[in-house]
Design a protein around this ligand. Structure first.
Ligand SMILES: Cc1ncc(COP(=O)(O)O)c(C=O)c1O
Length: 430
């Protein structure tokens, strides 16, 4: 159907999407009887700490770990209190040390970078490609003799090109930490995300695919990595059979912190975990429905899909020819009633884009010594500079982007209306 400019809602025409918008809390909005039952069991048993209580009770956290490990085909799983904690434990586990360089994409939530700095390693920022995940070519270019690891982020539900990343990492003897915070339940070529790297890290924060409000999970196969992750996450060493026994081998115990998951969190996470595949399937179905209806429009391009079946589909990403056309398109789509927007605008703060990571750009540390950026341990720490133009392709892609949320709770009619609104705006603006 052909519309005129005055038909657009932004110019006073009727809205194409009239159904109410649904907030993007995929698992959060599915909280129900199952979560309540699990939590009540914890309260009834008065067993709120995973390692002990007034009397023995089955641990929800342990059960969560067992089910997650089985789901991913991993030998070990450790539940922690956030994905940031999981990433820190993961980096420690694989042996990242002060002064090492760790490569990460310039488009990710800032936590992926903060975790690197938390272990006093130097983040090296690489480009994303059209899929908005790490560009393997640029990853390889950024490797130096100091590079120890890569944090491969499966961004906005999309699997990274993890086969290429693994190949390059192997060639250069690097460790791979998968950041699956935004892509829980996703896969690449039929294999679950989080099962490729040396460790995989997941988030259960409230915005994520499934949630316990806060929470995280780390998975790995290597026994030593698992031991080290446990040791770091629990300063009290409760994870050991005998907390006070001498170390069974050198390096088994060392200074840790407290990243433990509570049984209440574990209870909610367990009930949510059992809903994961169904939630992902609903988002995938919604994404397909919308995409099928708006595909093939001249002037409208889609995000590169690294794996169609493995995309968790928390959103649909479109590219417009220019940043100005993306802004105009996004505003018109919002006026039509669609939860959509552009991703990059220099003037709008967003902690997912490197140019807004003020702490990194200015190397802001709490102490004067400023480790890892200004410290004798870091061969390149002193010299490394972070500049606005260090990843031009990333900014190029992000500035032409429209992002449409796809909650699992959308009905077919909601999806039809989102597609109709997009077609309407496209027919006038493209
Ligand atoms: C890509 C990515 N990594 C890490 C995190 C950190 O997760 P958490 O809030 O559980 O620490 C997030 C959370 O938004 C994220 O999106």
């Amino acid at each position: 159907m052909k519309y005129r400019k005055e038909d657009l809602a932004i110019h006073g025409g009727p809205r194409a999407k009239t159904s109410p918008n649904i907030a993007m809390f995929p698992g959060g909005l599915e909280i129900g009887e199952e979560e309540k039952r699990e939590v009540m069991e914890v309260l009834d048993a008065k067993y709120l700490f995973r390692y002990y209580g007034p009397k023995e009770a089955p641990s929800k956290v342990k059960k969560l770990e067992e089910e997650y490990a089985r789901y991913l085909g991993r030998k070990h799983c450790l539940a922690v209190n956030s994905c940031t904690s999981a990433l820190i434990c993961g980096l420690i586990a694989v042996g990242v040390e002060p002064g090492d360089e760790v490569i990460v994409a310039g488009y990710t939530f800032f936590a992926s970078v903060a975790a690197i700095v938390a272990v006093r390693a130097v983040p090296v920022i690489a480009e994303v490609d059209k899929s908005l995940t790490l560009d393997p070519e640029d990853f390889e270019k950024k490797i130096t003799p100091n590079t120890k690891a890569v944090v491969a982020v499966h961004m906005r539900g999309m699997p990274a090109k993890i086969d290429r990343i693994m190949e390059i990492a192997k060639k250069h003897n690097l460790k791979v930490v998968e950041d699956v915070a935004q892509a829980n339940g996703g896969s690449f070529k039929g294999k679950k995300l989080g099962s490729f790297g040396d460790v995989g890290c997941f988030s259960l924060q409230f915005h994520k695919v499934i949630t316990s409000g806060e929470g995280g999970v780390l998975v790995c196969d290597d026994d030593l990595y698992y031991t080290r992750a446990q040791a770091y996450h629990d300063v009290a060493a409760c994870w050991r059979k005998d907390r006070f026994a001498p170390p069974e081998f050198e390096g088994e115990i060392f200074f840790g912190v407290n990243f433990r998951m509570s049984e209440l969190t574990g209870a909610v996470a367990l009930a949510q975990f059992r809903k994961l595949d169904a939630i992902v399937q609903r988002m995938q179905q919604n994404r397909r429905r919308i995409k099928e209806k708006i595909g093939g429009l001249p002037g409208l391009d889609f995000r590169e899909v690294n794996d169609e079946e493995g995309d968790v589909s928390i959103c649909l990403v479109l590219y417009l020819p220019k940043p100005e056309s993306a802004r105009e398109f996004g505003e018109a789509l919002q006026a039509e009633g669609v939860e959509a927007g552009t991703i990059y605008d220099r003037s709008v703060p967003d902690w997912h884009i490197y140019t807004h990571w003020k702490m990194l750009m200015e190397k802001m540390m709490p102490s004067e010594k400023g480790c890892p950026f200004n410290c004798p341990m870091t061969p390149r720490g002193k010299e490394i500079e972070y500049t606005e133009d260090m990843c031009p392709n990333t900014l190029g892609w992000l500035s032409r982007t429209i992002h449409i949320d796809i909650p699992p709770q959308l009905t077919d009619e909601d999806c039809n209306q989102i597609a109709a609104a997009t077609l309407k705006v496209a027919s006038v603006l493209l």
